[in-house]
Ligand binder design. Sequence first.
Ligand SMILES: CC(C)(COP(=O)(O)OP(=O)(O)OC[C@H]1O[C@@H](n2cnc3c(N)ncnc32)[C@H](O)[C@@H]1OP(=O)(O)O)[C@@H](O)C(=O)NCCC(=O)NCCS
Length: 135
Amino acid sequence: MDFPELPPGSNVVGVGIDQIEVSRIRESMERHGPAFLNKVFSEREQDVCMQRADPAPCLAARFAAKEAVSKALGTGIGKEFGWLDFEIEKLASGQPVARFSEHGKSALATRQASTALVSLSHLKETASAVVVLIK
Ligand SMILES: CC(C)(COP(=O)(O)OP(=O)(O)OC[C@H]1O[C@@H](n2cnc3c(N)ncnc32)[C@H](O)[C@@H]1OP(=O)(O)O)[C@@H](O)C(=O)NCCC(=O)NCCS
C-alpha cells in the first residue's frame, strides 16, 4: 500500500477520525448483549463504561477510537487489525491512553509506528475519536 510521503524527521506517521451514532451501540447491546460487548470491547473498557449511568456513549467513543485507529493504520477493522487489538485505558485524570495487543503492535510496526495518541468526545447521541500514530 502507498502512504503519503512524510517530511524527514516527522514523528507523526498516521491520523484517523471516526464518529458514530450512540443509538447503534445501544441497539447492538440490546440485541446481542455480552456477545457484542465481548467481541468489541476489552474487560477494562467494559468496566469503565458500565459504571456510568448510561454506558452507551462511553462505549460508542471507544468503538469510534478502534475505527479511528484502523483508519490511521489504513487497514479498516478486519484480519490485520481487530476490535480487541486496541483498547482505551483511562488515567486517573480522565485522559484516555492507547493500549495495543501483540497483534496490534505488529500492525503498528507495519506503519513504523510505536504508539498512538487518542482523544475521545461524546454527546448524548454521537461519539467521536481522533487518533494520531507516532513513530
Ligand atoms: C474503515 C472503516 C472503519 C470505515 O468506517 P465507516 O464507519 O464505514 O465509515 P466513515 O464514514 O466513518 O468513514 C468513511 C471514510 O473512511 C475512510 N476510509 C475507508 N477505508 C479506509 C482505510 N482502509 N484506511 C483509512 N481510511 C479509510 C475514507 O476516507 C472514507 O471516506 P470516503 O469514502 O468519503 O473516502 C470501516 O470500513 C470498518 O472497517 N468498519 C468495521 C465494521 C464492522 O466490522 N462492523 C461490525 C460491528 S460489530
